[in-house]
Ligand binder design. Sequence first.
Ligand SMILES: Cc1cc2nc3c(=O)[nH]c(=O)nc-3n(C[C@H](O)[C@H](O)[C@H](O)COP(=O)(O)OP(=O)(O)OC[C@H]3O[C@@H](n4cnc5c(N)ncnc54)[C@H](O)[C@@H]3O)c2cc1C
Length: 415
Amino acid sequence: MSADNSSFVAVVGGGPAGLLAAQRLAEAGHRVRVFEAQATVGRKFLVAGHGGFNLSNAAPGAARFATQYGPAAGHFGNLLARFGPAELRAWAAALGIETFVGTSGRIFPVPAHTPADVLRAWLARLGALGVEIHTRHRWLGFAGPCGLRLRRAATGEEFALEPAATVLALGGASWAKTGSDGAWAPLLREIGVEVVPFAPANCGAEVAWSAFFRDKVGRQPLKNIALRMNEGPEVRGEVMLTDYGLEGTPVYALTPQVRAALAAGGPAVFHLNLKPDLPAAALLHKLGAPRGKASWADFLKKTLHLGALIPTLLREARPDAAALPPDGLAQLISHLPLPVAGLRPLDEAISTAGGVAWAELDAHLMLRRRPGTYLAGEMLDWEAPTGGYLLQGCLASGAGAAAGIIAAGAPGGGV
Ligand SMILES: Cc1cc2nc3c(=O)[nH]c(=O)nc-3n(C[C@H](O)[C@H](O)[C@H](O)COP(=O)(O)OP(=O)(O)OC[C@H]3O[C@@H](n4cnc5c(N)ncnc54)[C@H](O)[C@@H]3O)c2cc1C
């Protein structure tokens, strides 16, 4: 090991968690080398623009923000205290990216800024800080007590490095084409680290539609609905009917409940409320109005403003829907049951549940079994809903891992 080798911090994985750790370490005076398996960094960050690019969320407020991380809330409480939405916005502003809070509370870059703009500004900042980015370098595992094994794709050459400290920020296991392939899990299990099995989070749910419904409906939105899984909490928003089932923010938000119900052997039944803002008595009253000569579909449209798709959906759930008395129909409209057959495959999911168990880490995100190695981002065992909580969690943990290294005073710091 050369003296030069021992005077840097390695960051493995060039996603948002790794890049934030690299930035914080370089700002503290460390020499930082980022190793990324893909030809470019931030590939999953770049696809984040697909569904509306939100960086964080102002809705829950500081006190309740960490609860979005479910069983990992305690860990995120500490991380967010150092790098919460306010720090995230200040970080973006320092890159020249102004942000605003949308009506839903989501924090977006001002509309003209795409993920590519943010990444470009970020990489310029990292370049100015002297962060070295080595793309097409795949981490293959550990070497000795402090070392790393890597492969340079251009030559196929394998080599070892001995950084003063390492941040692993290897991502989850969805959208493998962006580099987040989860192939790191066996490398950690090899040294005894518990990796909770991966599972899809924030993904679509499969419903066994009839062939008729699938052909007739295709892909259509259901706006302003409320969705529940079994007797669980209700989530409002827009659901998209697809040929395989349902997707959209309320469905994603309920994936933990769907997973739990399916794992317990079912049943896993979504209940859709198509008129969540109409009190039950008003719904019943409207359905009790004389139909006259109007067809059933026209009656539903006129009395409840339910579009042409709804009668088909009601019949899909209950073939005799058109013959139901007003109270039965009111029950169906407000509790439309849709049995969930499964979740979409992990690779399609927006994020990954599972990952390195928190018990493996100390309060600074350092692996207890491997002092000097810190973990950050989606590779840890947590999940959160869409709406900015994912990037906020990744960036907060990247900042947390960097803070751990800085506090430990790893050699190579310029301080
Ligand atoms: C379609 C889509 C839309 C999204 N939209 C949003 C959004 O609007 N808001 C939001 O908050 N979140 C969003 N997310 C989620 C967010 O993009 C991820 O949570 C985030 O990118 C995870 O960051 P990370 O740094 O932990 O991992 P990643 O971004 O997955 O980065 C990990 C990096 O590690 C590299 N790597 C893996 N293994 C190795 C190895 N062995 N050697 C070297 N490098 C390796 C990978 O190539 C990758 O570049 C979205 C995700 C998707 C798929």
